[in-house]
Design a binder for this molecule. Structure first.
Ligand code: M6R
Length: 609
Protein backbone atom coordinates (compact mmCIF):
# COMPACT_ATOMS: atom_id res chain seq x y z
CA UNK A 1 0.00 0.00 0.00
CA UNK A 2 1.20 3.47 -0.90
CA UNK A 3 -0.56 6.78 -1.54
CA UNK A 4 -0.43 8.87 -4.70
CA UNK A 5 -1.52 12.49 -5.16
CA UNK A 6 -1.36 14.65 -8.31
CA UNK A 7 -2.35 18.26 -8.98
CA UNK A 8 -2.32 20.61 -11.95
CA UNK A 9 -3.52 24.23 -11.85
CA UNK A 10 -2.25 27.78 -11.70
CA UNK A 11 0.27 27.29 -8.90
CA UNK A 12 0.68 26.24 -5.26
CA UNK A 13 0.94 22.54 -6.14
CA UNK A 14 3.26 21.83 -3.24
CA UNK A 15 0.79 22.65 -0.46
CA UNK A 16 -2.08 20.84 -2.11
CA UNK A 17 -0.05 17.69 -2.70
CA UNK A 18 1.38 17.65 0.84
CA UNK A 19 -2.13 18.13 2.28
CA UNK A 20 -3.32 15.19 0.21
CA UNK A 21 -0.42 12.97 1.22
CA UNK A 22 -1.11 13.61 4.90
CA UNK A 23 -4.62 12.27 4.35
CA UNK A 24 -3.13 9.14 2.79
CA UNK A 25 -0.54 8.41 5.48
CA UNK A 26 -2.74 5.55 6.65
CA UNK A 27 -1.74 3.78 3.43
CA UNK A 28 1.92 3.79 4.42
CA UNK A 29 4.28 6.20 6.07
CA UNK A 30 7.84 5.03 5.78
CA UNK A 31 8.98 7.68 3.27
CA UNK A 32 7.47 10.40 1.14
CA UNK A 33 8.33 12.60 -1.79
CA UNK A 34 7.14 15.15 -4.30
CA UNK A 35 8.01 16.09 -7.91
CA UNK A 36 6.97 19.60 -8.95
CA UNK A 37 6.80 20.99 -12.45
CA UNK A 38 8.12 24.50 -12.70
CA UNK A 39 9.94 26.52 -15.35
CA UNK A 40 10.18 23.54 -17.69
CA UNK A 41 11.95 21.38 -15.10
CA UNK A 42 11.05 18.67 -12.63
CA UNK A 43 12.06 19.56 -9.09
CA UNK A 44 12.32 16.66 -6.71
CA UNK A 45 12.29 16.42 -2.91
CA UNK A 46 12.01 13.18 -0.94
CA UNK A 47 12.83 11.79 2.48
CA UNK A 48 12.71 8.61 4.52
CA UNK A 49 10.23 8.71 7.40
CA UNK A 50 6.94 10.50 7.87
CA UNK A 51 5.65 13.36 5.75
CA UNK A 52 6.85 15.72 8.49
CA UNK A 53 10.44 14.88 7.39
CA UNK A 54 9.60 15.83 3.81
CA UNK A 55 8.09 19.08 5.04
CA UNK A 56 11.31 19.90 6.88
CA UNK A 57 13.28 19.36 3.68
CA UNK A 58 10.85 21.57 1.79
CA UNK A 59 11.30 24.31 4.40
CA UNK A 60 15.08 24.22 4.02
CA UNK A 61 15.04 23.89 0.23
CA UNK A 62 11.71 25.36 -0.87
CA UNK A 63 10.22 24.52 -4.27
CA UNK A 64 6.79 24.97 -5.74
CA UNK A 65 5.13 24.60 -9.11
CA UNK A 66 1.87 24.76 -11.00
CA UNK A 67 1.69 20.95 -11.14
CA UNK A 68 3.20 17.89 -9.54
CA UNK A 69 2.91 14.39 -8.15
CA UNK A 70 3.51 13.13 -4.61
CA UNK A 71 3.79 9.81 -2.81
CA UNK A 72 3.71 8.29 0.65
CA UNK A 73 5.29 4.85 0.76
CA UNK A 74 4.71 1.47 2.38
CA UNK A 75 7.87 -0.36 1.42
CA UNK A 76 7.67 -3.60 -0.50
CA UNK A 77 10.90 -3.68 -2.53
CA UNK A 78 13.80 -2.06 -0.73
CA UNK A 79 14.03 -0.56 2.73
CA UNK A 80 12.52 2.81 3.59
CA UNK A 81 15.31 5.25 2.63
CA UNK A 82 15.78 8.52 0.79
CA UNK A 83 16.92 6.63 -2.34
CA UNK A 84 13.97 4.24 -2.34
CA UNK A 85 11.42 6.98 -1.65
CA UNK A 86 9.26 8.06 -4.60
CA UNK A 87 9.09 9.90 -7.00
CA UNK A 88 11.62 8.06 -9.15
CA UNK A 89 13.05 9.59 -12.29
CA UNK A 90 14.65 8.37 -15.49
CA UNK A 91 18.37 8.89 -16.07
CA UNK A 92 18.33 12.61 -16.94
CA UNK A 93 15.48 13.50 -14.60
CA UNK A 94 13.14 14.51 -17.41
CA UNK A 95 10.44 11.97 -16.40
CA UNK A 96 9.19 11.41 -12.83
CA UNK A 97 6.78 8.77 -11.61
CA UNK A 98 5.04 7.66 -8.42
CA UNK A 99 3.85 4.10 -8.05
CA UNK A 100 1.54 2.13 -5.79
CA UNK A 101 1.58 -1.68 -6.00
CA UNK A 102 4.02 -4.21 -7.37
CA UNK A 103 5.63 -4.64 -10.80
CA UNK A 104 5.95 -8.41 -10.80
CA UNK A 105 8.36 -8.67 -13.73
CA UNK A 106 10.57 -5.78 -12.59
CA UNK A 107 13.69 -7.93 -12.38
CA UNK A 108 13.36 -9.01 -15.98
CA UNK A 109 12.60 -5.41 -17.09
CA UNK A 110 15.53 -4.09 -15.09
CA UNK A 111 17.91 -6.54 -16.77
CA UNK A 112 16.53 -5.51 -20.17
CA UNK A 113 16.94 -1.79 -19.40
CA UNK A 114 20.52 -2.32 -18.20
CA UNK A 115 21.45 -4.60 -21.12
CA UNK A 116 19.75 -2.79 -24.00
CA UNK A 117 19.84 0.81 -22.80
CA UNK A 118 22.81 0.94 -20.45
CA UNK A 119 20.66 2.31 -17.63
CA UNK A 120 22.06 2.67 -14.12
CA UNK A 121 19.61 2.13 -11.27
CA UNK A 122 19.75 4.26 -8.14
CA UNK A 123 17.26 2.47 -5.87
CA UNK A 124 16.28 -1.06 -4.86
CA UNK A 125 12.65 -0.55 -5.83
CA UNK A 126 10.58 -2.18 -8.53
CA UNK A 127 9.13 1.31 -9.16
CA UNK A 128 12.28 2.81 -10.64
CA UNK A 129 11.83 0.45 -13.59
CA UNK A 130 8.66 2.37 -14.48
CA UNK A 131 10.48 5.72 -14.72
CA UNK A 132 13.18 4.27 -16.97
CA UNK A 133 10.72 2.38 -19.15
CA UNK A 134 8.68 5.53 -19.75
CA UNK A 135 11.93 7.41 -20.39
CA UNK A 136 13.05 4.86 -22.97
CA UNK A 137 9.70 5.00 -24.81
CA UNK A 138 9.27 8.78 -24.55
CA UNK A 139 9.27 10.50 -27.94
CA UNK A 140 7.58 13.75 -26.98
CA UNK A 141 4.21 12.32 -25.95
CA UNK A 142 3.83 11.17 -22.33
CA UNK A 143 0.54 9.41 -22.97
CA UNK A 144 2.13 7.27 -25.71
CA UNK A 145 5.10 6.46 -23.52
CA UNK A 146 2.89 5.38 -20.58
CA UNK A 147 0.91 3.06 -22.87
CA UNK A 148 4.13 1.57 -24.27
CA UNK A 149 5.60 1.07 -20.81
CA UNK A 150 2.39 -0.48 -19.47
CA UNK A 151 2.43 -3.02 -22.30
CA UNK A 152 5.68 -4.36 -20.85
CA UNK A 153 4.70 -4.38 -17.16
CA UNK A 154 2.97 -7.16 -15.21
CA UNK A 155 1.47 -6.77 -11.77
CA UNK A 156 -1.15 -4.89 -9.79
CA UNK A 157 -0.38 -1.20 -9.63
CA UNK A 158 -1.32 2.43 -10.16
CA UNK A 159 1.20 4.92 -11.52
CA UNK A 160 1.26 8.61 -12.17
CA UNK A 161 3.85 10.33 -14.39
CA UNK A 162 5.00 13.79 -15.45
CA UNK A 163 7.47 14.89 -18.14
CA UNK A 164 9.52 18.10 -18.01
CA UNK A 165 8.88 18.66 -21.73
CA UNK A 166 5.08 18.52 -21.24
CA UNK A 167 4.37 20.65 -18.17
CA UNK A 168 0.69 20.90 -19.07
CA UNK A 169 -0.20 17.31 -18.24
CA UNK A 170 -0.10 14.44 -15.75
CA UNK A 171 -0.75 10.91 -16.98
CA UNK A 172 -1.90 8.14 -14.66
CA UNK A 173 -2.80 4.50 -15.09
CA UNK A 174 -4.78 2.09 -12.94
CA UNK A 175 -4.27 -1.67 -12.98
CA UNK A 176 -5.75 -3.36 -9.90
CA UNK A 177 -4.74 -0.57 -7.51
CA UNK A 178 -7.02 2.34 -6.59
CA UNK A 179 -7.03 5.64 -8.48
CA UNK A 180 -9.43 8.57 -8.65
CA UNK A 181 -9.40 11.90 -10.48
CA UNK A 182 -10.86 15.06 -8.91
CA UNK A 183 -12.53 17.82 -10.90
CA UNK A 184 -11.58 21.28 -9.62
CA UNK A 185 -12.31 24.81 -10.75
CA UNK A 186 -9.42 25.75 -13.04
CA UNK A 187 -7.41 22.85 -11.69
CA UNK A 188 -7.60 19.05 -11.52
CA UNK A 189 -6.40 16.30 -9.24
CA UNK A 190 -5.38 12.65 -8.97
CA UNK A 191 -5.22 10.45 -5.88
CA UNK A 192 -5.23 6.91 -4.58
CA UNK A 193 -8.18 7.61 -2.37
CA UNK A 194 -10.94 10.16 -1.82
CA UNK A 195 -9.74 11.58 1.56
CA UNK A 196 -6.67 13.05 -0.15
CA UNK A 197 -8.87 15.41 -2.17
CA UNK A 198 -11.80 16.23 0.11
CA UNK A 199 -10.31 19.51 1.27
CA UNK A 200 -10.36 20.72 -2.35
CA UNK A 201 -12.96 18.83 -4.40
CA UNK A 202 -16.04 16.69 -3.93
CA UNK A 203 -16.72 15.84 -7.57
CA UNK A 204 -14.59 13.01 -8.82
CA UNK A 205 -14.20 10.30 -11.43
CA UNK A 206 -13.64 6.77 -10.17
CA UNK A 207 -11.03 5.31 -12.51
CA UNK A 208 -11.56 1.67 -13.46
CA UNK A 209 -9.00 -1.07 -13.96
CA UNK A 210 -6.84 -0.82 -17.09
CA UNK A 211 -7.83 2.79 -17.67
CA UNK A 212 -5.38 5.61 -18.33
CA UNK A 213 -6.14 9.22 -17.38
CA UNK A 214 -4.79 12.37 -18.96
CA UNK A 215 -5.14 15.27 -16.53
CA UNK A 216 -4.60 18.87 -17.64
CA UNK A 217 -5.58 22.16 -16.01
CA UNK A 218 -8.69 22.28 -18.20
CA UNK A 219 -9.91 18.72 -18.18
CA UNK A 220 -9.67 15.04 -17.40
CA UNK A 221 -9.79 12.47 -20.20
CA UNK A 222 -10.12 8.77 -19.48
CA UNK A 223 -8.98 6.14 -22.00
CA UNK A 224 -9.49 2.38 -22.04
CA UNK A 225 -6.90 -0.29 -22.83
CA UNK A 226 -7.45 0.19 -26.58
CA UNK A 227 -6.90 3.93 -26.10
CA UNK A 228 -10.51 4.82 -26.85
CA UNK A 229 -12.01 7.68 -24.87
CA UNK A 230 -14.29 6.50 -22.07
CA UNK A 231 -17.33 8.42 -20.86
CA UNK A 232 -17.66 8.33 -17.08
CA UNK A 233 -20.35 9.73 -14.81
CA UNK A 234 -19.08 11.95 -12.03
CA UNK A 235 -19.33 10.84 -8.43
CA UNK A 236 -20.29 13.36 -5.73
CA UNK A 237 -18.72 12.71 -2.33
CA UNK A 238 -20.90 13.51 0.66
CA UNK A 239 -18.81 12.09 3.56
CA UNK A 240 -16.58 14.16 5.77
CA UNK A 241 -12.83 13.72 5.44
CA UNK A 242 -12.21 11.89 8.73
CA UNK A 243 -14.89 9.29 8.13
CA UNK A 244 -13.65 8.64 4.61
CA UNK A 245 -10.11 8.02 5.74
CA UNK A 246 -11.39 5.45 8.15
CA UNK A 247 -13.64 3.93 5.49
CA UNK A 248 -16.65 5.03 7.49
CA UNK A 249 -15.49 3.36 10.74
CA UNK A 250 -15.45 5.56 13.84
CA UNK A 251 -11.90 4.56 14.69
CA UNK A 252 -8.88 2.99 13.03
CA UNK A 253 -8.97 0.27 15.69
CA UNK A 254 -12.42 -0.88 14.61
CA UNK A 255 -11.45 -0.69 10.94
CA UNK A 256 -8.38 -2.79 11.67
CA UNK A 257 -10.39 -5.36 13.65
CA UNK A 258 -12.62 -5.74 10.60
CA UNK A 259 -9.61 -6.05 8.28
CA UNK A 260 -8.52 -9.28 9.97
CA UNK A 261 -10.14 -11.73 7.54
CA UNK A 262 -8.26 -10.04 4.69
CA UNK A 263 -5.01 -9.88 6.65
CA UNK A 264 -5.14 -13.60 7.45
CA UNK A 265 -6.06 -14.47 3.88
CA UNK A 266 -3.15 -12.40 2.49
CA UNK A 267 -0.67 -13.74 5.03
CA UNK A 268 -1.57 -17.35 4.24
CA UNK A 269 -1.86 -16.78 0.53
CA UNK A 270 1.60 -15.24 0.17
CA UNK A 271 3.21 -18.29 1.74
CA UNK A 272 1.19 -21.23 0.48
CA UNK A 273 1.61 -22.74 -2.96
CA UNK A 274 -1.16 -24.43 -4.93
CA UNK A 275 -0.41 -27.79 -3.24
CA UNK A 276 -0.72 -26.27 0.22
CA UNK A 277 3.04 -26.44 0.91
CA UNK A 278 4.55 -23.54 2.86
CA UNK A 279 6.70 -21.48 0.46
CA UNK A 280 9.79 -20.06 2.09
CA UNK A 281 10.74 -17.77 -0.84
CA UNK A 282 14.11 -16.44 0.18
CA UNK A 283 14.08 -17.90 3.72
CA UNK A 284 16.87 -20.44 4.02
CA UNK A 285 15.68 -22.91 6.62
CA UNK A 286 16.45 -26.24 4.97
CA UNK A 287 15.99 -29.63 6.58
CA UNK A 288 19.77 -29.59 7.27
CA UNK A 289 19.51 -26.16 8.92
CA UNK A 290 16.64 -27.37 11.08
CA UNK A 291 18.49 -30.50 12.11
CA UNK A 292 21.18 -28.30 13.63
CA UNK A 293 18.66 -26.45 15.81
CA UNK A 294 18.05 -27.84 19.30
CA UNK A 295 16.14 -24.97 20.90
CA UNK A 296 13.84 -22.15 19.86
CA UNK A 297 13.47 -18.83 21.67
CA UNK A 298 10.67 -16.45 20.84
CA UNK A 299 11.19 -12.85 21.96
CA UNK A 300 8.78 -9.95 21.58
CA UNK A 301 6.91 -7.28 23.54
CA UNK A 302 3.27 -6.61 24.37
CA UNK A 303 0.80 -8.04 21.92
CA UNK A 304 3.58 -9.61 19.84
CA UNK A 305 4.74 -11.46 22.97
CA UNK A 306 1.24 -12.87 23.41
CA UNK A 307 1.37 -14.12 19.82
CA UNK A 308 4.68 -15.75 20.73
CA UNK A 309 3.04 -17.61 23.63
CA UNK A 310 0.58 -19.18 21.18
CA UNK A 311 3.45 -19.86 18.76
CA UNK A 312 5.16 -21.93 21.45
CA UNK A 313 2.19 -24.30 21.61
CA UNK A 314 2.16 -24.71 17.83
CA UNK A 315 5.91 -25.26 17.44
CA UNK A 316 6.21 -27.63 20.41
CA UNK A 317 3.21 -29.63 19.21
CA UNK A 318 4.08 -29.83 15.49
CA UNK A 319 7.88 -29.91 15.71
CA UNK A 320 8.52 -31.44 19.15
CA UNK A 321 11.36 -29.05 19.95
CA UNK A 322 11.62 -27.02 23.18
CA UNK A 323 10.48 -23.42 22.82
CA UNK A 324 10.99 -20.65 25.36
CA UNK A 325 9.09 -17.39 25.07
CA UNK A 326 10.41 -14.25 26.69
CA UNK A 327 9.52 -10.61 26.85
CA UNK A 328 12.37 -8.97 24.98
CA UNK A 329 13.26 -6.59 27.81
CA UNK A 330 13.89 -9.55 30.15
CA UNK A 331 15.56 -11.94 27.71
CA UNK A 332 18.78 -9.99 27.38
CA UNK A 333 19.34 -9.64 31.10
CA UNK A 334 19.00 -13.26 32.14
CA UNK A 335 21.87 -14.97 30.34
CA UNK A 336 19.76 -17.35 28.25
CA UNK A 337 21.28 -20.50 26.73
CA UNK A 338 21.82 -19.15 23.25
CA UNK A 339 24.37 -20.52 20.80
CA UNK A 340 24.76 -21.60 17.14
CA UNK A 341 22.10 -24.28 17.69
CA UNK A 342 19.46 -21.71 18.70
CA UNK A 343 16.74 -20.38 16.45
CA UNK A 344 15.54 -17.00 17.73
CA UNK A 345 12.13 -15.90 16.45
CA UNK A 346 11.57 -12.15 16.89
CA UNK A 347 8.00 -10.93 16.54
CA UNK A 348 7.28 -7.25 15.98
CA UNK A 349 4.61 -5.35 14.12
CA UNK A 350 6.69 -2.20 13.69
CA UNK A 351 10.06 -3.89 13.52
CA UNK A 352 11.40 -0.89 15.44
CA UNK A 353 10.75 -1.88 19.06
CA UNK A 354 14.06 -1.23 20.76
CA UNK A 355 13.72 -3.99 23.38
CA UNK A 356 13.11 -6.56 20.65
CA UNK A 357 15.95 -5.21 18.54
CA UNK A 358 18.34 -5.33 21.50
CA UNK A 359 17.38 -8.96 22.25
CA UNK A 360 17.92 -9.81 18.59
CA UNK A 361 21.41 -8.26 18.62
CA UNK A 362 22.28 -10.06 21.86
CA UNK A 363 21.28 -13.44 20.45
CA UNK A 364 22.95 -12.77 17.14
CA UNK A 365 26.24 -11.98 18.85
CA UNK A 366 26.03 -15.39 20.53
CA UNK A 367 25.61 -17.12 17.17
CA UNK A 368 21.83 -17.69 17.07
CA UNK A 369 20.02 -17.79 13.78
CA UNK A 370 17.38 -15.03 13.60
CA UNK A 371 13.99 -15.47 11.96
CA UNK A 372 11.63 -12.52 12.33
CA UNK A 373 7.90 -12.11 12.00
CA UNK A 374 7.46 -8.46 11.06
CA UNK A 375 4.78 -6.27 9.48
CA UNK A 376 6.85 -3.31 8.32
CA UNK A 377 9.06 -4.07 5.36
CA UNK A 378 12.62 -2.82 5.67
CA UNK A 379 12.29 -2.06 9.40
CA UNK A 380 15.30 -2.47 11.69
CA UNK A 381 14.26 -5.92 12.96
CA UNK A 382 13.70 -7.07 9.38
CA UNK A 383 17.05 -5.73 8.22
CA UNK A 384 19.03 -7.26 11.06
CA UNK A 385 17.50 -10.74 10.82
CA UNK A 386 18.79 -13.68 8.82
CA UNK A 387 15.30 -14.29 7.49
CA UNK A 388 11.97 -12.48 7.62
CA UNK A 389 8.47 -13.90 7.54
CA UNK A 390 6.30 -10.87 6.78
CA UNK A 391 2.79 -10.48 8.09
CA UNK A 392 0.46 -9.03 5.47
CA UNK A 393 -1.71 -6.98 7.81
CA UNK A 394 -1.19 -3.68 5.95
CA UNK A 395 -0.46 -0.51 7.91
CA UNK A 396 -1.71 -0.67 11.49
CA UNK A 397 -2.52 2.86 12.65
CA UNK A 398 -4.33 2.38 15.97
CA UNK A 399 -1.96 2.08 18.89
CA UNK A 400 -3.84 -0.99 20.14
CA UNK A 401 -2.58 -3.83 17.99
CA UNK A 402 -5.27 -6.08 16.53
CA UNK A 403 -4.74 -7.28 12.98
CA UNK A 404 -0.98 -7.52 13.57
CA UNK A 405 -1.68 -10.08 16.34
CA UNK A 406 -3.84 -12.40 14.26
CA UNK A 407 -1.52 -12.22 11.24
CA UNK A 408 1.45 -12.94 13.53
CA UNK A 409 -0.43 -16.05 14.66
CA UNK A 410 -0.96 -17.07 11.03
CA UNK A 411 2.80 -16.74 10.38
CA UNK A 412 3.68 -18.75 13.48
CA UNK A 413 1.32 -21.57 12.44
CA UNK A 414 2.93 -21.60 8.99
CA UNK A 415 6.44 -21.67 10.49
CA UNK A 416 5.42 -24.54 12.80
CA UNK A 417 3.80 -26.44 9.92
CA UNK A 418 6.87 -25.96 7.74
CA UNK A 419 9.28 -27.05 10.47
CA UNK A 420 7.13 -30.02 11.45
CA UNK A 421 6.86 -31.21 7.89
CA UNK A 422 10.49 -30.54 6.91
CA UNK A 423 11.81 -32.46 9.93
CA UNK A 424 9.34 -35.31 9.30
CA UNK A 425 7.88 -34.94 12.80
CA UNK A 426 4.42 -33.80 11.70
CA UNK A 427 2.53 -36.54 9.82
CA UNK A 428 1.11 -35.47 6.44
CA UNK A 429 -2.48 -36.08 7.61
CA UNK A 430 -2.01 -33.70 10.55
CA UNK A 431 -0.34 -31.13 8.27
CA UNK A 432 -3.37 -31.22 5.97
CA UNK A 433 -5.84 -31.06 8.86
CA UNK A 434 -4.23 -27.91 10.29
CA UNK A 435 -3.83 -26.38 6.84
CA UNK A 436 -7.55 -26.82 6.17
CA UNK A 437 -8.31 -25.19 9.51
CA UNK A 438 -6.07 -22.22 8.66
CA UNK A 439 -7.59 -21.77 5.23
CA UNK A 440 -11.06 -21.72 6.76
CA UNK A 441 -10.17 -18.89 9.15
CA UNK A 442 -10.92 -15.84 6.93
CA UNK A 443 -14.48 -17.06 6.33
CA UNK A 444 -15.01 -17.87 10.02
CA UNK A 445 -13.67 -14.45 11.02
CA UNK A 446 -16.15 -12.79 8.67
CA UNK A 447 -18.99 -14.73 10.32
CA UNK A 448 -17.74 -13.80 13.78
CA UNK A 449 -17.46 -10.10 12.95
CA UNK A 450 -20.99 -10.08 11.58
CA UNK A 451 -22.19 -10.63 15.16
CA UNK A 452 -20.57 -7.49 16.60
CA UNK A 453 -23.91 -6.32 17.98
CA UNK A 454 -24.00 -9.02 20.72
CA UNK A 455 -20.67 -7.79 22.06
CA UNK A 456 -21.78 -4.15 21.97
CA UNK A 457 -24.84 -5.06 24.06
CA UNK A 458 -22.75 -6.82 26.70
CA UNK A 459 -20.31 -3.88 26.76
CA UNK A 460 -23.23 -1.62 27.70
CA UNK A 461 -23.87 -3.75 30.81
CA UNK A 462 -20.29 -3.73 32.09
CA UNK A 463 -18.47 -0.61 30.90
CA UNK A 464 -18.56 1.06 34.32
CA UNK A 465 -16.62 -1.75 36.05
CA UNK A 466 -13.23 -0.72 37.37
CA UNK A 467 -11.72 -4.19 37.60
CA UNK A 468 -11.97 -7.15 35.22
CA UNK A 469 -10.31 -10.58 35.37
CA UNK A 470 -9.57 -12.80 32.37
CA UNK A 471 -8.94 -16.53 32.85
CA UNK A 472 -8.24 -19.40 30.45
CA UNK A 473 -6.16 -22.55 30.03
CA UNK A 474 -3.70 -23.62 27.32
CA UNK A 475 -3.65 -21.15 24.44
CA UNK A 476 -6.73 -19.50 25.99
CA UNK A 477 -4.45 -18.34 28.83
CA UNK A 478 -2.31 -16.50 26.24
CA UNK A 479 -5.39 -15.00 24.57
CA UNK A 480 -6.65 -13.96 28.02
CA UNK A 481 -3.44 -11.94 28.44
CA UNK A 482 -4.04 -10.26 25.10
CA UNK A 483 -7.72 -9.54 25.88
CA UNK A 484 -6.69 -8.02 29.19
CA UNK A 485 -3.95 -5.87 27.60
CA UNK A 486 -6.38 -4.61 24.94
CA UNK A 487 -8.87 -3.61 27.59
CA UNK A 488 -6.43 -1.85 29.90
CA UNK A 489 -4.59 0.08 27.20
CA UNK A 490 -7.65 1.68 25.63
CA UNK A 491 -10.23 1.80 28.44
CA UNK A 492 -7.85 2.29 31.43
CA UNK A 493 -9.78 -0.35 33.39
CA UNK A 494 -7.60 -2.30 35.79
CA UNK A 495 -7.65 -5.73 34.21
CA UNK A 496 -5.73 -8.85 35.08
CA UNK A 497 -5.23 -12.14 33.25
CA UNK A 498 -4.23 -15.44 34.82
CA UNK A 499 -4.14 -19.13 33.89
CA UNK A 500 -7.45 -20.47 35.17
CA UNK A 501 -5.81 -23.31 37.12
CA UNK A 502 -3.56 -20.82 38.91
CA UNK A 503 -6.46 -18.73 40.21
CA UNK A 504 -6.98 -20.89 43.29
CA UNK A 505 -3.34 -20.38 44.31
CA UNK A 506 -3.94 -16.83 45.47
CA UNK A 507 -5.75 -14.50 43.08
CA UNK A 508 -9.15 -15.99 43.87
CA UNK A 509 -8.94 -13.97 47.10
CA UNK A 510 -9.92 -10.94 45.00
CA UNK A 511 -13.13 -12.46 43.63
CA UNK A 512 -16.20 -11.19 45.44
CA UNK A 513 -19.82 -10.26 44.77
CA UNK A 514 -20.19 -8.89 41.19
CA UNK A 515 -16.49 -9.12 40.30
CA UNK A 516 -16.40 -9.43 36.54
CA UNK A 517 -14.57 -12.52 35.25
CA UNK A 518 -14.15 -13.22 31.53
CA UNK A 519 -13.69 -16.98 31.12
CA UNK A 520 -12.13 -18.27 27.91
CA UNK A 521 -13.30 -21.82 27.29
CA UNK A 522 -12.75 -22.26 23.56
CA UNK A 523 -10.87 -25.57 23.62
CA UNK A 524 -12.82 -28.81 23.62
CA UNK A 525 -10.13 -30.74 25.50
CA UNK A 526 -10.15 -28.24 28.38
CA UNK A 527 -13.83 -27.31 28.32
CA UNK A 528 -14.90 -29.32 31.38
CA UNK A 529 -12.01 -27.88 33.40
CA UNK A 530 -13.19 -24.36 32.61
CA UNK A 531 -16.73 -25.23 33.66
CA UNK A 532 -15.26 -26.07 37.07
CA UNK A 533 -13.38 -22.76 37.13
CA UNK A 534 -16.64 -20.95 36.42
CA UNK A 535 -18.19 -22.76 39.37
CA UNK A 536 -15.32 -21.61 41.59
CA UNK A 537 -15.74 -17.92 40.78
CA UNK A 538 -19.55 -18.05 40.68
CA UNK A 539 -19.50 -19.54 44.18
CA UNK A 540 -17.82 -16.30 45.30
CA UNK A 541 -20.37 -14.09 43.58
CA UNK A 542 -18.58 -13.34 40.27
CA UNK A 543 -20.42 -12.13 37.16
CA UNK A 544 -19.14 -14.37 34.35
CA UNK A 545 -18.82 -13.62 30.65
CA UNK A 546 -17.73 -16.77 28.84
CA UNK A 547 -16.17 -17.34 25.44
CA UNK A 548 -16.89 -20.75 23.96
CA UNK A 549 -16.98 -22.65 20.72
CA UNK A 550 -20.24 -22.83 18.82
CA UNK A 551 -21.99 -26.04 19.93
CA UNK A 552 -20.71 -26.04 23.52
CA UNK A 553 -24.01 -24.62 24.75
CA UNK A 554 -23.73 -26.34 28.12
CA UNK A 555 -21.83 -23.26 29.31
CA UNK A 556 -24.98 -21.12 29.14
CA UNK A 557 -26.22 -22.79 32.35
CA UNK A 558 -23.29 -21.37 34.31
CA UNK A 559 -22.18 -18.14 32.63
CA UNK A 560 -24.16 -14.89 32.73
CA UNK A 561 -23.31 -13.98 29.14
CA UNK A 562 -21.69 -16.09 26.42
CA UNK A 563 -19.91 -15.16 23.18
CA UNK A 564 -19.47 -17.95 20.68
CA UNK A 565 -16.72 -18.41 18.12
CA UNK A 566 -17.30 -20.63 15.05
CA UNK A 567 -16.45 -24.33 15.45
CA UNK A 568 -12.80 -25.04 14.66
CA UNK A 569 -9.90 -27.24 15.76
CA UNK A 570 -8.50 -26.44 19.22
CA UNK A 571 -5.13 -25.55 17.69
CA UNK A 572 -6.44 -22.46 15.87
CA UNK A 573 -8.96 -21.06 18.40
CA UNK A 574 -6.69 -18.10 19.36
CA UNK A 575 -7.21 -16.45 15.95
CA UNK A 576 -10.97 -16.47 16.46
CA UNK A 577 -11.07 -16.18 20.25
CA UNK A 578 -9.22 -12.89 20.42
CA UNK A 579 -11.70 -11.07 18.18
CA UNK A 580 -14.63 -10.83 20.66
CA UNK A 581 -12.14 -9.60 23.26
CA UNK A 582 -10.82 -6.90 20.90
CA UNK A 583 -14.40 -5.81 20.20
CA UNK A 584 -15.32 -5.90 23.88
CA UNK A 585 -12.37 -3.65 24.75
CA UNK A 586 -13.25 -1.34 21.86
CA UNK A 587 -16.91 -0.92 22.84
CA UNK A 588 -16.15 -0.50 26.54
CA UNK A 589 -13.56 2.19 25.76
CA UNK A 590 -15.99 3.92 23.41
CA UNK A 591 -18.73 3.95 26.04
CA UNK A 592 -16.23 5.41 28.53
CA UNK A 593 -15.39 8.19 26.07
CA UNK A 594 -11.71 7.24 25.70
CA UNK A 595 -9.37 8.32 22.90
CA UNK A 596 -9.32 4.86 21.36
CA UNK A 597 -6.77 5.24 18.56
CA UNK A 598 -4.28 7.23 20.61
CA UNK A 599 -4.54 6.09 24.24
CA UNK A 600 -2.76 8.12 26.87
CA UNK A 601 0.90 7.39 27.64
CA UNK A 602 1.33 5.06 24.67
CA UNK A 603 3.01 5.20 21.27
CA UNK A 604 2.62 3.00 18.25
CA UNK A 605 6.28 2.26 18.04
CA UNK A 606 8.30 2.02 21.26
CA UNK A 607 11.85 2.93 20.37
CA UNK A 608 13.17 3.46 23.87
CA UNK A 609 14.37 0.86 26.36
O1 M6R B 1 5.77 -3.07 17.04
P1 M6R B 1 5.81 -4.19 18.02
O2 M6R B 1 4.95 -5.34 17.65
O3 M6R B 1 7.22 -4.63 18.32
O4 M6R B 1 5.25 -3.58 19.37
C1 M6R B 1 5.23 -4.31 20.54
C2 M6R B 1 4.33 -3.68 21.59
O5 M6R B 1 4.80 -2.40 21.91
C3 M6R B 1 2.88 -3.58 21.11
O6 M6R B 1 2.37 -4.83 20.77
C4 M6R B 1 2.00 -2.96 22.19
O7 M6R B 1 1.91 -3.83 23.28
C5 M6R B 1 0.61 -2.64 21.62
N1 M6R B 1 0.23 -1.31 21.98
C6 M6R B 1 -0.45 -3.54 22.10
O8 M6R B 1 -1.70 -3.22 21.59
Amino acid sequence: MCGIVGYIGDGGARKIIIDGLKRLEYRGYDSAGIALLSEGRIKLRKAAGRIANLEKILENAPVDGHAGIGHTRWATHGAPSDENAHPHTNGDGSIAIVHNGIIENYQELKEWLVREHGITFRSETDSEVVAHLIGVFYKGNLLDAVYDAAAKMRGAYAISAVAAAEPDRIVALRKDAPLIAGIGDGCNFLASDIPALLKYVRTIYLIENNETVLVTQDGITIFNERREKVKRDVFHVSWDADAAEKDGYDHFMLKEIFEQPKGIFETLNRRLDADGRVRLDGISLTKQDLEKIDRVYIVACGTAYHAGLVGKYAIEKFVRIPVEVDVASEFRYREPFVNEKTLLICISQSGETLDTLAALREARAKGARILSVVNVVGSSVARESDDVFYTWAGPEIAVASTKAFTTQLACLYLIALYMGSATGVLPEGEYRRILDELNALPGKLEALLADERTIREVAKKIYKKEQIFFIGRGTDASVALEGSLKLKEISYINSFAIAAGELKHGTIALIEQDTLVVVLATQDRLFEKLLSNIEEVKARGAYVIALAKEGNRKIEKQADDVFYIPACADEVTPVLGVVPLQLLAYHIAKLRGCDIDKPKNLAKSVTVE
